[in-house]
Every structure is written in structure tokens, then in C-alpha cells.
Design a protein around this ligand. Structure first.
Ligand SMILES: [Zn+2]
Length: 444
């Protein structure tokens, strides 16, 4: 397990495009792996794989467990800088040091407005965002109207001229690993197939110094963000940010896109995002939550990017409103939900999601899943008309009882419908094939 998100992951290093094995490596990836989770450059993929017996024997020459980083090549030939960062991040997530850190997160499982902690995204920060042009930011929501399919994520680490404003190589890897953990978890909450995250990673070094004249959140952000965007070839202001995000979506060929800045420059607040996109900002120290909680704060802020509201009391939430793609009320708001609501990433520092947030995020909801489970001796069970989440739970339960999924039907509609199937392998092992188009499904 990489990180602490309960997902069985592998790093895949694809051969160079054009190489004889490239096609077969992709085919092997498709046949044996549930789904790709993260893409770093053209050759590095982090994938979720079903747990299998005799794990070592089932590894293809292109996949790596990263356990203890032992089998991960540190600088594989021909893999670009973004790919190498993705691999290093995966290695860090597989390390015992990271597991130990995750086991003692500061303020673990507490609400974001817990005593002694400062919540991400305060009302003050949102007002300041307003000064900068909230309307403009909201009008850019077409790049993140709902969380489905594939998403391009621009990670821009902005460093300054002094030692205090620079990131070490280890800190850069930490940022990428935390984002990998946070988005890996968030994407896994959306079925079928989860979310595929495609990264652009930029490291910018500026000569500009912080100024004590900057008092508002917008002034502080503009101090470093405008020159950083100039280095990337974009105009100042949110228009330049939106332009970068638009280009990201085009060049990565994804459904959606947004960007996130990490910096040690002074900020008006340690973490904030424009609701509806296109950008979030995070301080590396992550205030009292610390770098080991960047993953959960990042997942929370990404929730805002895709239209989800805060659910902790200090955000002044209420149980009404029309939020996100499905325009649902904020029913789990702590101020008015029975018992203060349930645990949720939009409410507190935990790997939990309430039943309302999937609607705010716009996760695909309409499809129903049916499956037939069979045992070698002829026993079988049918589980029909379930949501993907419930279906996965039932699948896992049946698997524990020795039942293997043999058939899967999806009641989907339209040309965009996708099909999932499970294919039995050898003696009891099984592989999941999800998120396929009908054409590629038939080829299986
Ligand atoms: Zn928030």
C-alpha cells in the first residue's frame, strides 16, 4: 500500500513510444491493472492494481512496487523530469518513514475548525479573493465544472531568492507525494474507474523579495504569482492563470484542468482556492496542520475547485444552497446537520466523504451495476442494481468469501457510456477492467 489511502498501487515505466515493447507494455497495463491513477510525463503511470496472490510473479517488466524504494530506478534513462518526480514521490509514499508520519498526523480526524488550529479557506480569504476578481474566477469554472474522467493538474512551485524562500529537493518530492496521496484518495471516491490525474509540474525561481507594503491576500499573491506566470509566458492577473489552465486542458487532452501554487512567500492565508477554479494556493508549512497533512488540505481545496462547499462551522456554512453540478444543498454543514454532521473531507482532517459531497463534486451518479459472483464449487450470488460504491463494497465482501466476479452488466445510456468487466485469472486471481469504451471492451 502506498501512503495511507488503502489502495494497492504500482509504478509503471512505459518503454519509449515507438519502441517495440511500447504497445505490449500498454496492453499488459490494460489487461492486469484496474486503472491508471496518475500520469507524469509520457512514460510514468501510477496505477491501482487488484491485490493478487503470488504478487512477485505477476509483475510485468515495466512495473515496480516501490516497496522500501528498493526496486525503483532512481534515474531511469529517457524519463523526463516530471516522470522522475512522480516516481520519487511514489517511492516516498511507499517508505516506512512516510507511513510513520501519516500515523501521527497533527490534528488527525479533527474538524478543520478544531480548537488550536486555523481552518483552510477563511471567510476573510474569500473576501480578498473577491477583491481580486471572484466573478472572473467563477466565470472560468468551465475548466472544472464537475469532477469526472481525466483532470490536468498544474503544480507550480514558486521559490524566491533567499534560503528561506527555497525548497530543497526533498521538499519538492514531498509536495508531489502529498498531492499524489490526496488526489489518489479523492479520485478513488468516484466510480467507475476513478479519476485520472495528469500532471504538469513547474519549478519557478524568482528574484523578487516579499514586501511589507503588501497587506491584503491579493497583494501578497500578486507579488510572486504575476512574475511566476510571466516566466511561464502568461499575462498578469487571473486572466493569465485561466489562460495557463485552458492550455493545460488542451495540451494534456483532459476533461478538466486547474492549477495549484506551492510557495514559502508570505500569504494572506496558508491555503485557499477559488470556488469553481481555476487555482489554489498553499504554503509549504501548511500552518499548524503541517506538511504531513498537505494531502488532505489539497483534497479539500480541490473539492472547492470542483464546486464543493465547506462543511465546518467556522466557515459560516448553512444547510441550504445549490452547490456544484447537481445543485444540491449543503446538508452536512456542521452548524445545522443532526449531531453536527458526519466526518467528511469538506468538514475535517479525515479520509472520509459524506453522502452529499459526491453530488457537489459532480461525480457520475446515474449508472447502476449488476454482477454475478460464482464459486468454484458452483455456489453463486447475484447482486443487482447497486451504485458503484455499494457494488465495490459487495464485491470486496464476496471476494472474502471465495466468490469471484465473472460477469458485470452496466445499465448505462448514451454513446458516452462506459463498460466494466472482470476476468478470472488462473487459480482464483482476478483482474479488473474498468472505464473502457465499448469498442475496447469488445476486444477483451
Ligand atoms: Zn474550505
Amino acid at each position: 500500500m502506498a501512503g495511507d489511502i488503502g489502495i494497492n498501487e504500482r509504478a509503471i515505466i512505459l518503454p519509449e513510444a515507438g519502441a517495440a515493447e511500447h504497445g505490449s507494455a500498454l496492453l499488459s497495463l490494460e489487461q492486469t491493472h484496474g486503472r491508471s491513477m496518475h500520469h507524469y510525463g509520457p512514460r510514468v503511470v501510477i496505477a491501482e492494481v487488484p491485490e493478487r496472490e503470488e504478487e512477485a510473479d505477476s509483475l510485468s517488466p515495466f512495473e515496480f512496487t516501490g516497496d522500501g524504494k528498493a526496486d525503483l530506478p532512481t534515474a531511469p534513462a529517457g524519463v523526463d523530469a516530471v516522470g522522475q518526480l512522480g516516481l520519487a514521490a511514489f517511492g516516498l509514499r511507499q517508505s516506512s518513514a512516510l507511513a510513520a508520519a501519516k500515523a501521527k498526523r497533527p490534528h488527525a480526524e479533527e474538524d478543520w475548525d478544531a480548537k488550536g488550529a486555523t481552518p483552510p479557506c477563511t471567510a476573510e480569504a474569500q473576501t480578498e479573493v473577491g477583491e481580486m476578481g471572484l466573478a472572473e474566477a467563477l466565470s472560468g469554472s468551465s475548466t472544472s465544472s464537475r469532477l469526472t474522467g481525466s483532470v490536468a493538474v498544474g503544480i507550480i512551485i514558486v521559490e524566491g531568492p533567499t534560503a528561506k524562500l527555497k525548497f530543497s529537493a526533498a521538499e519538492r518530492t514531498k509536495v508531489i507525494a502529498e498531492v499524489q496521496n490526496g488526489l489518489g484518495w479523492l479520485g478513488s471516491k468516484s466510480g467507475p474507474g476513478g479519476i485520472s490525474w495528469v500532471y504538469d509540474i513547474r519549478i519557478i525561481t524568482l528574484s523578487v523579495s516579499p514586501s511589507s507594503n503588501d497587506t491584503t491576500l491579493a497583494q501578497k499573491e500578486n507579488r510572486w504569482r504575476n512574475p511566476a506566470m510571466a516566466q511561464l509566458g502568461y499575462p498578469a492577473g487571473m486572466a493569465g492563470v485561466q489562460q495557463y489552465v485552458n492550455n493545460l486542458r488542451l495540451s494534456k487532452k483532459t476533461n478538466w484542468a486547474y492549477c495549484a501554487y506551492f510557495t514559502k512567500y508570505p500569504l494572506g492565508h496558508f491555503a485557499y482556492a477559488s470556488i469553481g477554479g481555476p487555482r489554489m494556493v498553499m504554503a509549504y508549512d501548511n500552518d499548524g496542520w503541517g506538511p504531513d497533512n498537505i494531502d488532505r488540505v489539497f483534497a479539500h481545496e480541490t473539492g472547492h475547485i470542483f464546486g464543493a462547499p465547506d462543511e465546518y462551522k467556522a466557515s459560516n456554512c448553512n444547510c441550504g444552497g445549490q452547490w456544484g453540478h447537481y445543485e444540491r444543498p449543503n446538508t452536512n454543514c456542521e452548524a445545522c446537520a443532526p449531531g453536527g454532521g458526519v466526518a467528511c473531507i469538506m468538514k475535517g482532517n479525515s479520509w472520509e466523504m459524506c453522502e452529499h459531497t459526491p453530488f457537489h463534486l459532480g461525480f457520475v451518479q446515474e449508472r447502476k451495476y449488476s454482477g454475478v459472483f460464482r464459486q468454484g464449487a458452483g455456489g453463486h450470488a447475484v447482486w443487482a442494481d447497486a451504485s458503484w460504491t455499494k457494488f465495490q463494497q459487495k464485491w470486496s465482501e464476496f471476494s472474502g468469501q471465495g466468490l469471484r466476479l465473472r460477469d458485470l452488466k452496466i445499465a448505462g445510456t448514451g454513446s458516452a457510456a462506459r463498460y466494466s468487466g472482470v476476468f478470472q485469472q488462473g487459480t482464483g486471481g482476478y483482474g479488473l477492467w474498468v472505464n473502457a469504451t465499448w469498442t475496447s471492451f469488445l476486444q477483451k
